[in-house]
Ligand binder design. Structure first.
Ligand SMILES: Cc1cc2nc3c(=O)[nH]c(=O)nc-3n(C[C@H](O)[C@H](O)[C@H](O)COP(=O)(O)OP(=O)(O)OC[C@H]3O[C@@H](n4cnc5c(N)ncnc54)[C@H](O)[C@@H]3O)c2cc1C
Length: 595
């Protein structure tokens, strides 16, 4: 009994030691707010946190940040934390509506859409890969009429936000050295080194820096992890260090329900905190940074959206704009697995207490890892010739898929047990490769389910509606099964591809094209990169919601600044681009160029 009590007290002491900083953070959250601020920012995520920081640099400007989620959570600092954050109270835990063109191996044919509900937003719960996308993405945004968003225009903002810790990249003209966000190289385990060798042997490109001169090819990953081995989110980088500013007020657990409008001018927002309906005024502007689902949700509730839909919901139409259209997401093929004896991370390592202590005391071990240690970018033969950016990305994970992922992905029990049987997977080392579609032809929508602001909207990404989307993915899979897997390096590493037949695709010969098409449609993943539901476009683009200065069209004093404004989804993970959008938005709002 005494022993158990001492162990418990020791645990509490360690917990308090490591969370003491969080008590300071709590003390800086405002309970009582002013009636009016210069700027009211909704959502303290990847973009919103950056805007709050930058606007409050001027002590004469008052800024309020309203965030629906909490100030912090015990597992957010762990680089490997994505696995421990999903499905918790800091994840909104959205779901799509049942999908018609995929997903029969998933529960109810729906995909889980995780989003962060905490300061830092999704940057506090994500998988930490630091990927800017292709320079051609931004050049095409500019060609579409979005003046000021070409690669040359946005590169300085990427650099501004960043401190590159990788010794080899420190001198690169593509990286920044004094920004709040810390970027370091992903660990290089024995298992992933074999993949690199395989890429060289197969004649694939192997750029040193996929965020630099050349993106295409196989590279070791770059991650948002600081020199102490902790996650560098926009909360830790941009908010916590400046929360003491007198002119920056931050309110958490404040759920914004509506933009308050006087005619066609935004004058504040309505929100609910502690079960009480409240209002706050904005002297200059309201900035929506509530993310790809939150921002369109609030606009629709405010009467800004497609006329037909608003009328059907009995909401008076203030502006007829395509809010909630153009939803794009990176859909991916289920993990392709290779067993190996070369060092990788086992599921037991991920959950073990020894590893937890190793990380807490020394900042080392597998919890310092973000698992995706390498990335590969490729074009496919099915993409239009004028698209110079890649259509496929691979995440090379230094761990086999295991039960820890089952609920995150939402695969039906019997399908999961058949795909990843315990006797084959438990305790085994290996690689899992996720092949991701970067530019889906199938775009979807976000619509109101009801006028209750707490009712989640209807999310329909229409995954894989267009058959060409599957073709891109099959071509990507073949690089794994026909090229990498046949190299001497893979033989030397003892890599053995799992030949487990997908239980819903047994009528197709294993490893044939029809087999992979079936495999992709049966149990796809989304890799949490939805964008473009408040698309940016010039005056002439009727399919856009905000102009290139991020102002909501036809409404004064209202901007949107987050992943929802992307004209199309970038060629890679979407956190760094959302942070860049935050940096650029701050300059657009205050009318000065800082880069
Ligand atoms: C599990 C997961 C893994 C990912 N992995 C990676 C990765 O490895 N690399 C990468 O680059 N990208 C990754 N992403 C994607 C990336 O994190 C997002 O694209 C990016 O964070 C989006 O930024 P944002 O500012 O648009 O929205 P968010 O960061 O989601 O911020 C929106 C904020 O608004 C708040 N909010 C919403 N509605 C309201 C409301 N009504 N009232 C008040 N506040 C509200 C939310 O709580 C949230 O804090 C991942 C995402 C997830 C969820």
């Amino acid at each position: 009994m005494l022993q158990k009590l001492s162990a418990f007290i020791a645990l509490v002491a360690v917990y308090l030691y490591f969370t003491k900083d969080n008590l300071d953070i709590d003390s800086m959250i405002r309970d009582v707010l002013d009636e009016e601020y210069d700027y009211v920012i909704v959502g303290g995520g990847s973009a919103g946190a950056v805007i709050a920081n930058r606007l409050s640099e001027d002590p004469h400007t008052s800024v309020l940040l309203l965030e629906a989620g909490e100030a912090w959570y015990p597992t957010t600092s762990l680089p490997i934390g994505a696995l421990f954050n999903l499905g918790t109270r800091i994840d909104w835990q959205y779901k799509t509506i049942p999908q018609n063109h995929c997903c029969r191996g998933l529960k109810d044919s729906v995909q889980n859409i995780a989003r962060g509900k905490v300061l830092g937003g999704s940057s506090s719960i994500n998988a930490n890969s630091y990927v800017r996308g292709s320079k051609h993405d931004y050049d095409m945004w500019a060609e579409m009429g979005n003046t000021g968003w070409s690669y040359e225009d946005v590169l300085p903002y990427f650099k501004k936000s960043q401190t590159q810790l990788d010794q080899d990249l420190k001198k690169s003209k593509y990286h920044g050295h004094s920004g709040p966000l810390h970027i370091s190289p992903a660990p290089r385990l024995e298992g992933t080194k074999y993949v690199y060798k395989a890429a060289v042997e197969a004649g694939l490109e192997t750029p040193e820096d996929f965020n630099g001169e050349e993106q295409l090819g196989m590279s070791f990953n770059q991650v948002n992890v600081d020199s102490k081995g902790e996650r560098s989110s926009t909360a830790t980088a941009f908010l916590y260090p400046v929360m003491h500013r007198e002119n920056l007020h931050i309110a958490t657990k404040a759920h914004v329900t509506k933009v308050l409008l006087k005619g066609k001018k935004a004058v504040g927002v309505a929100y609910i905190r502690d079960l009480v309906k409240r209002k706050v005024n904005a002297r200059k502007e309201v900035i929506l940074s509530a993310g790809v689902i939150g921002s369109p949700h609030i606009l629709l509730l405010s009467g800004i959206g497609p006329k037909n839909h608003l009328e059907a919901m009995n909401i008076p139409v203030v502006a007829d704009l395509p809010v909630g259209e153009n939803l794009q997401d990176h859909v991916a093929a289920q993990h392709i697995n290779f067993f190996t004896k070369a060092q990788t991370i086992t599921e037991k390592d991920i959950t073990s207490w020894q590893e937890r202590w190793k990380y807490y005391f020394f900042g080392t071990g597998v919890k310092r890892s973000t698992v995706t240690d390498m990335v590969y970018f490729m074009k496919t033969s099915h993409q239009p010739a004028f698209h110079k950016f890649p259509y496929v990305q691979m995440f090379i994970n230094a761990a086999l898929i295991g039960d820890i992922w089952k609920d995150v992905i939402g695969v039906r029990d019997e399908v999961w047990d058949s795909m990843y049987p315990h006797e084959e997977y438990d305790g085994k080392m290996g690689l899992s490769i996720i092949v991701v579609l970067l530019h889906p032809h199938s775009n979807g929508t976000i619509r109101l389910r009801s006028t209750d602001p707490f009712d989640y909207p209807l999310i329909d990404p229409k995954y894989l509606e267009d058959p060409v989307d599957v073709k891109h993915l099959v071509e990507g899979i073949k690089v794994v099964t026909e090229t990498l897997s046949k190299t001497q390096a893979f033989k030397d590493g003892g890599f053995q591809m799992s030949a487990k037949h997908h239980p819903l695709c047994t009528t197709h010969a294993f490893n044939s094209d029809p087999y992979w098409e079936c495999y992709i449609r049966a149990t796809p993943l989304n890799v949490f990169h939805p964008t473009s539901t408040c698309k940016m476009g010039p005056e002439s683009d009727n399919n856009s919601v905000v102009d290139p200065r991020l102002r909501v069209k036809g409404i004064d004093n209202l901007r949107v600044a987050d992943a929802s404004i992307m004209p199309f989804v970038t060629s890679g993970n979407t956190n760094a681009p959302s942070i860049m959008i935050g940096e650029k938005a701050a300059d657009l709002i205050r009318g000065k160029t800082t880069v």
